[in-house]
Design a protein around this ligand. Structure first.
Ligand SMILES: [Zn+2]
Length: 470
């Protein structure tokens, strides 16, 4: 069996993936800045981060994934002020839309979605630690990170920093590599901006500080994987490293994984071109969220994705082929000779080839195109074998099982295959209602009914989660 290799932006190499703690992976994914509707470029990033997490789970790791929600930063404040709303009121519908879009796209929920505004004390503490280690200075109530105080600054983005004369500071959260300068950690209170009183003065956090504070608080000072789109490498991720390593003196993240951009008909998606698509718009064009899921996942994360309506049509066709194939397998399973001893072993060979091709492709830095290709090779070769009368009912069942074995990774099977999920959700809701009404006999009965379906419930602080009994 091959080993999992992931391209690490830090080293610019595909490296064998080994987590800090055997069997466990802690990963942080930069989440949305909730100042507008998530577009398909954002959704692509969330989809491949989820795919990475799913594949790690498939590989047997226990994964903890944290995705932040940036609910205070420059753009949010600007837009909220323009809408004459406070930031909570302004961001609430975008946060809802983010969660709904992810659910429709079958993205598994992260283990937690910390909001920046809930972690202000941790951010202040981080600035104090940086100050104690001599990495900061203050100007007019704002605290800045002194880039020259950290010799390794620029290592991730590979920027040369001229730290000699006339080095200036930058106020805004986003800027270009060419403008690398001392960056702001804590911004002094300004008229018309939300602010928090603190030991480092009244103000608000810079965007970069938010991710450093939340990730280390929830995952530890050193964790395994940090994901995001390539445009976050600089300055966001470079500054996260500076803040975290500057404060702890320890390596912050082992694997930095970045996904490429998405273009629309070879053009950059932009407001001025009017080619920014949201999930709702894709739907209006007559495509399902599942087709979008397939189209976005079929291109490996480090490849630029050229999004066209053709890519959605291709996705639709691919999904249809899979669905028809599953139906054909069902048919064989009930009509062909049942007896396993009639099998000539060809199906076993097809299954073996399929599973190893699938894993080999995914182990190679999540080569999703190769992994999906393995599915269609299996479909093609099985169809030939069926036509030649070489597939028995037990062969067909075996092939079906093999496809179901990989489905937790891509999760692209038709809804029919997933109807169990809807049933389970409905029963869980009924059970929650019964518990709320303190009707424990009913809630126990529903738990037993779910158990009979092979579903185990786990009640926790974040609500009830369920998993299939293994
Ligand atoms: Zn971030």
């Amino acid at each position: 069996m091959s080993e999992l290799k992931l391209f690490n932006t830090l080293t610019r190499e595909k490296e064998s993936f080994v987590p800090v703690k055997a069997g466990e992976v802690r990963m942080y994914s930069c989440g949305p800045t909730v100042y507008n509707h998530p577009h398909i470029g954002n959704l692509r990033t969330f989809l491949w981060s989820d795919l990475l997490r799913r594949y790690l789970e498939w590989r047997g790791y226990r994964v903890t994934q944290v995705m932040n929600i940036t609910d205070v930063e420059d753009k949010i404040i600007r837009n909220a002020n323009a809408a004459k709303q406070d930031i909570n009121t302004y961001t609430a519908p975008f946060i809802d839309e983010f969660h709904t879009s992810l659910k429709e796209l079958r993205v598994k929920p992260a283990d937690s979605y910390p909001r920046a505004t809930d972690f202000i004390p941790q951010m202040v503490t981080l600035v104090e630690e940086l100050r104690a280690r001599g990495h900061t200075y203050e100007v007019e109530g704002s605290t800045y990170f002194r880039v020259a105080s950290l010799p390794s600054y620029g290592r991730l983005a590979r920027v040369e920093i001229a730290t000699d004369s006339g080095f200036s500071r930058v106020e805004s959260d986003e800027y270009e590599k060419e403008n690398a300068r001392d960056f702001v950690l804590w911004k002094a209170k300004k008229e018309g901006e939300p602010s928090w009183p603190s030991a480092i003065g009244e103000g608000r956090p810079g965007w970069h500080l938010e991710c450093s504070a939340m990730s280390m608080h929830l995952l530890g000072e050193t964790f395994d994987i940090h994901t995001g789109a390539v445009d976050l490498i600089f300055p966001h991720h470079e500054n996260e490293i500076a803040q975290s390593e500057g404060a702890t003196g320890k390596p912050f993240v082992r694997f930095w994984i970045h996904g490429e951009h998405l273009n629309i008909d070879t053009q950059k998606m932009s407001k001025s071109l009017g080619n920014i698509y949201t999930l709702a718009e894709i739907r209006e064009m007559g495509y399902s969220p599942l087709a979008l899921r397939y189209a976005l996942l079929s291109v490996p994360h480090r490849t630029k994705l050229n999004f066209t309506t053709q890519s959605l049509d291709d996705a639709k066709n691919a999904l249809q082929r899979i669905e028809l194939f599953l139906l054909r397998l069902d048919e064989i399973a009930t009509s062909a000779p049942r007896d396993a001893k009639h099998s000539d072993g060809h199906a076993q060979e097809l299954i073996g080839n399929f599973l190893s091709a699938f894993q080999e492709a995914m182990d190679d830095d999540l080569n999703t195109a190769g992994a999906l290709g393995a599915i269609f090779t299996l479909i093609r070769e099985t169809n030939v074998a069926i036509d030649a009368g070489r597939i028995t009912s037990s062969d067909a069942a075996g092939i079906r099982t093999a496809l179901h074995k990989i489905d937790p990774v891509f999760d692209i099977f038709p809804a029919r295959e997933q109807s169990i999920d809807a049933d389970v959700e409905r029963l869980i809701e009924a059970r929650n209602a019964a518990r709320k009404a303190r009707n424990f006999a009913e809630s126990d009965r529903l738990r037993d009914e779910l158990l009979a379906m092979g579903i185990v419930l786990e009640d926790g602080a974040g609500g009830t989660r369920w998993r299939k009994k293994s």
